[in-house]
Design a protein around this ligand. Sequence first.
Ligand code: AMP
Ligand code: MG
Length: 352
Amino acid sequence: MKNYIPRRFFSAALAVILLMSSVISLSGCGKKNEEYRDFNFFAMDTYITLRLAVKGSDGSVLSDDYLSSVANECADILSDIEGTLSAHSEKSDVYALNSGVDVMITADDTLVSLLETADKIRELTGGAYDYTLGAVTELWDPKTAVVPSKADVLAALEHTGSDKLMIINRTIRKLDSKTKIDFGGIGKGIAAQSLLEYLSTTDVEYGLVSLGGNIGVFGEKPEYGNYKIGIRDPDNAGGVIGYMYLNSGFISVSGDYERYFEVDGVRYHHIIDPVTGYPADSGVRSVAVHALNGASADALSTALFVLGVEKSLELYEEGNLKFEAVFVTDEGEIITTPGITEEMFEPVGKND
Ligand code: AMP
Ligand code: MG
């Protein structure tokens, strides 16, 4: 049996919000450390960290050049994904579908498979996760910071719903030309998963990827203590409410503090309830989801935020989607799904 990764490997907590303090370019190798190299860069509109073990799968020590080439390949993978899925890049397929292309023949395989995955999760969450919300989500752009009129929200809602898209083989047909796709709630999870699939084919023995609130680990299953992920206190950017320990799969966090604007003291955040078209008000400030699949973890974090604790627990009990979750409620209470063990989550007192 191979050794576990030494506990000190990830002894510094990887607080989702803290870890991006220094952004360096991919051209330079990241922080020197005996056991791993960090590569930090910006892609897909977010800060990315790759933490790659120096140890190779055959026990050798990998060179910085090799690790840099792996990191560069990861950057290329992300750039490809962004080129397909981005709602903002004028070259992307999603941009084309959102701005006038009603029929896409021989669509990109990545796009087709993502639409299928997204649709499955949409169905299994009863529509709480809805990738067809684009016409609504664009009304709530924190950059514009304008509260849309109720009439505009209701009008935009008319153009949502998976019945507005038809996918046959590789042809995507929009049945409503005003329907817009928004992969903001799943894209980074997909990307995290794609990176891990690639990394598992390299000589790197183990490591971690982190894309703006979506973290995945690969390689030899470590002890829980090795991947310690700080879950942010929604009220305190520098604080954590506890730590999740990851030894497989992905953790995605959605919170009302991530992207929002305020008007007259009211916070309008970026996670939209597909029923009302308004920022979800389900009694939850944040939810961290663990799942074995990156897309599921990401889409579910968005969906569970919309559903709130009670409905999320019902979804959990139904068992069609396998996940565990840690919620922080409006009252600051921490609620976990039944499968979250002490090994997986360690709450921290406010004064710790
Ligand atoms: P996340 O931070 O993963 O929860 O994703 C939030 C992003 O997903 C938003 O910025 C929107 O682009 C998109 N989004 C918002 N509400 C929903 C929803 N109910 N279903 C799917 N995507 C959503
Ligand atoms: Mg998400």
